[in-house]
Design a protein around this ligand. Structure first.
Ligand SMILES: Cc1cc2nc3c(=O)[nH]c(=O)nc-3n(C[C@H](O)[C@H](O)[C@H](O)COP(=O)(O)OP(=O)(O)OC[C@H]3O[C@@H](n4cnc5c(N)ncnc54)[C@H](O)[C@@H]3O)c2cc1C
Length: 299
């Protein structure tokens, strides 16, 4: 199976964009703002919340990082004008981190100014470990000035428990996810069971100590375990939400969570960088990947 997966990972990036496009669009809300806002509106009508992300990372010029920041500022304004239940998720390297850290910080503060003006919230996605320290310290710096901002902690990182304990306070709003990047064993758990245990511990610690938790996972075992724990502990509904990526098949589990009174948010990426994003998603789900590669070679 490992060999099959690595062969698929090898073939996928060679497939033409036009071939990947129909599959990609299952995970991406389209290339432009209008497409994405249309999907947010539809999800809101069904009772779901949303968070929008403009695809891309690692900006390599001042102009690019500024242009992305301005696009996000416009997005906050349109969300407010249309009264959508939707916040924004960004990657700091997209705002310039790693290229020019001061630029990224200025862009982040400009975004937070608009988030505050429009009464909205900004989630700072977590990237790979070269950026963990700078991301968390930038978060801490802006949190002292702005309320509407929250970080992400990755359950696979051995350090996350310590990070959570440092960041925790009654107004911490943190997303917990497993973590998507390849990290070495000395920094990250690789064992599925250990990652799940870490995930549960982080969510339970955060909730027990008064933080707001975004429970971001498609792992039904985690969703079920945490839902039961939350109900047994009588954690108020205003203290957490479940989060999933747009397009990942979840049966009707999300609708069930809504029916049971939980808040559910879809993470919705959009933009012209859809190709790289889709390839990442396909690598995570070899069933889809093998389907694509098989169809391609059958033609
Ligand atoms: C809302 C949200 C925000 C996230 N933000 C970040 C972030 O800031 N930083 C970061 O490092 N990671 C982020 N992630 C990704 C996360 O870290 C995991 O890599 C990803 O969610 C897969 O882990 P899982 O918990 O869903 O469990 P898994 O055990 O990986 O998946 C459970 C099931 O869902 C299926 N599945 C999972 N993901 C996909 C997919 N993309 N496509 C198709 N099927 C899938 C799997 O096949 C499996 O059957 C985020 C995830 C979500 C849901």
């Amino acid at each position: 199976m490992g060999l099959v997966n690595s062969s698929l990972n090898f073939f996928l990036p060679m497939l033409p964009r036009n071939f990947i496009r129909p599959f990609a669009m299952r995970y991406v809300a389209g290339e432009n703002e209008g497409d994405a806002l249309g999907i947010v509106h539809e999800l809101n009508q069904l009772g779901f919340s949303a968070t929008l992300d403009i695809l891309g990372e690692h900006s390599r010029s001042i102009e690019e990082a500024k242009m992305i920041t301005e696009s996000y500022i416009r997005l906050f304004e349109v969300i407010a004008d249309s009264s959508l239940d939707c916040n924004i998720s960004i990657k700091l390297t997209h705002l310039g981190l790693g290229y020019n850290d001061k630029l990224a910080e200025d862009n982040l503060f400009a975004l937070l100014e608009t988030a505050e003006k429009t009464g909205n919230f900004l989630r700072i996605d977590m990237e790979n470990t070269p950026f963990t320290d700078t991301t968390l310290s930038l978060y801490e710096k802006c949190k002292s000035k702005y309320a509407g901002v929250g970080p992400v902690l990755q359950a696979y990182l051995r350090r996350s428990e310590t990070d959570l304990k440092r960041l925790i306070s009654h107004n911490l709003n943190v997303r917990i996810c497993k973590g998507i990047y390849l990290e070495p064993e000395e920094l990250a758990f690789h064992d599925r069971k250990e990652i799940r245990e870490s995930y549960i511990k982080l969510v339970q610690t955060g909730l027990s100590e008064g933080a707001y938790i975004g429970i971001a996972t498609h792992d039904i075992y985690l969703i079920d375990t945490l839902e039961t724990w939350i109900e047994n502990q009588a954690i108020p509904k205003e203290r957490y939400e479940f989060q999933v990526l747009y397009g990942v098949p979840m049966g009707n589990r999300m609708e069930q969570l809504l029916e049971d009174g939980h808040k559910v948010r879809y993470y919705i990426p959009f933009g012209d960088q859809w190709y790289a994003y889709a390839i990442r998603r396909f690598k995570e789900n070899p069933n889809i990947a093998s389907y694509i590669v098989r169809n391609f070679f059958r033609k």
